[in-house]
Design a protein around this ligand. Structure first.
Ligand code: SF4
Length: 425
């Protein structure tokens, strides 16, 4: 039964519409699509059903290369009959995989709805397999199940599994910066150069590109979240002594500048040096956004909850592209992590948390936005009703963070509006 909860007062005293009803969101397995490309010697073994395998194949379809770094150990009827068998089967699958692929150094056993339903204990399996394949391969586990995770929470679960295995900071280590959240390599390189120019460092990234290069953590670690969906990872880093630098997320020129500034201030960088280091990037971003601005200015956008990137993208579209915000829906709200984003959103926008899809569709129809950002399942019906849509999943698969990508981010929204205008002509 759907439950509807009236607006309550939330972050920065803003009313938030909370809904708990039917949702239309991918499960956390989807995160494997970008994570397997990021950690180059890792393998993601989904312990799941044929449905899970199909989801992964269609989500990652265009990106599969000769030796994919993910696969599915399919739980079948035989496994459902007895857990002992399921564990034996899993061990055999892993032995075969590691014998055939000696380049794998980090193996994630990824839980799914079926593995949860039969209560297969993947943390025990990971410990057992880690001992068995020690020291060549480290085996970790996390859940990407649709019962426990939405879309981008899969990355949070994966990084949370990594945090306890990160090395301790060396005794008397200097203050260091950790950027947390998977970013495209090109974006990571740009940020690394910017921090270097400002004199902020040493800088590390979580996840690192290789298993042996995962960063150390401890009380001298300051961390910046590069993604807004890493609540559990953040909690675990803090448990290990790290301190979060509060900032908006690095989307658009404004978000990138304030995000970089949070680190610069922590390192006591002279404001003139900060301006000099960021000036060219800011100018390039403003120029690139300008190309789409004419198309976006004054247009209305509505966000269904999906990727958890909704608030920072809404802030960018509103403040840098001149778009009007109607509703910004988020799957869940982490108050502390979102505080700085919400402070930059106009008072008039409806913020909602969770979903009751039918009610939200009604609000969207009533708002008649120029563009609705939603999951794949809602896009076709909305398009059929004459609304222009943007698939939220594209925003996660495309590099959009940092100065050099700000123009692409604006264009992702300008393009469907352009297409709609051409169709009308
Ligand atoms: Fe479906 Fe669950 Fe598998 Fe995700 S984990 S594909 S929701 S069965």
């Amino acid at each position: 039964m759907n439950q509807h909860v009236a607006p309550t007062t939330g972050c920065a005293e803003r009313p938030i519409l909370k809904e708990r009803g039917q949702r239309e969101v991918f499960c956390g397995l989807t995160g494997i699509v970008w994570l397997h490309r990021k950690i180059q010697d890792a393998f993601f073994l989904i312990v799941g059903s044929r449905t899970c395998a199909h989801l992964m194949q269609s989500a990652a379809g265009v990106m599969i290369f000769a030796e994919p770094r993910f696969g599915t150990a399919v739980i079948d009827d035989h496994d459902l009959a007895g857990l002992a068998d399921a564990n034996d089967e899993l061990d055999k699958v892993v032995d075969r995989l590691l014998a055939r692929r000696p380049e794998i150094k980090l193996l994630f056993l990824v839980g799914s709805c079926p593995s949860e339903v039969i209560k297969l204990d993947l943390s025990k399996a990971a410990q057992r397999l880690s001992t068995r394949h020690n020291p060549d391969v480290r085996v970790l586990n996390y859940s990407g199940s649709g019962i426990e995770t939405t879309f981008t929470q899969g990355e949070d679960a994966c990084l949370s599994a990594l945090v306890p295995s990160l090395p301790d900071e060396a005794e008397g280590a200097e203050k260091s910066l950790m950027v947390v959240g998977a970013l495209a390599d090109v974006v990571e390189d740009q940020f690394r150069r910017l921090f270097e120019t400002m004199g902020v460092g040493p800088v590390s990234f979580l996840p690192a590109r290789r298993a042996a290069e995962m960063p150390a953590v401890g009380p001298n670690t300051r961390y910046l979240l590069a993604q807004p969906f890493l609540a559990d990872t953040a909690k675990l880093l803090e448990k290990r002594g790290a301190t979060r630098l509060a900032a908006p997320f690095p989307l658009g020129a404004e978000g990138t500048t304030t995000w970089l500034r949070a680190a610069a201030e922590e390192w006591g960088v002279d404001p003139a040096r900060f301006d000099a280091a960021t000036e060219a990037g800011r100018a390039r971003a403003a120029k690139a956004i300008e190309r789409s601005r004419a198309q976006l200015d004054g247009k209305a956008v509505f966000f269904f909850p999906d990727s958890q990137l909704e608030a920072p993208i809404a802030r960018f579209l509103n403040r840098e592209c001149g778009m009007r915000l109607t509703e910004v829906g988020m799957p869940y709200i982490h108050r502390e992590h979102m505080e700085q984003e919400f402070a930059l959103l106009p008072e008039s926008v409806t913020l909602s948390e969770g979903q009751d899809v039918e009610r939200q569709l009604d609000r969207c129809r009533q708002a008649r936005p120029d563009i609705a950002v939603c999951g794949l399942g809602l896009a076709n019906p909305l398009e059929a009703e004459g609304l222009t849509t943007k698939w939220a999943i594209e925003l996660v698969f495309t590099p959009i963070q940092g100065y050099e990508q700000a123009g692409d981010l604006a264009e992702l929204f300008a393009r469907p509006l352009n297409r709609r205008t051409r169709l009308k002509v």
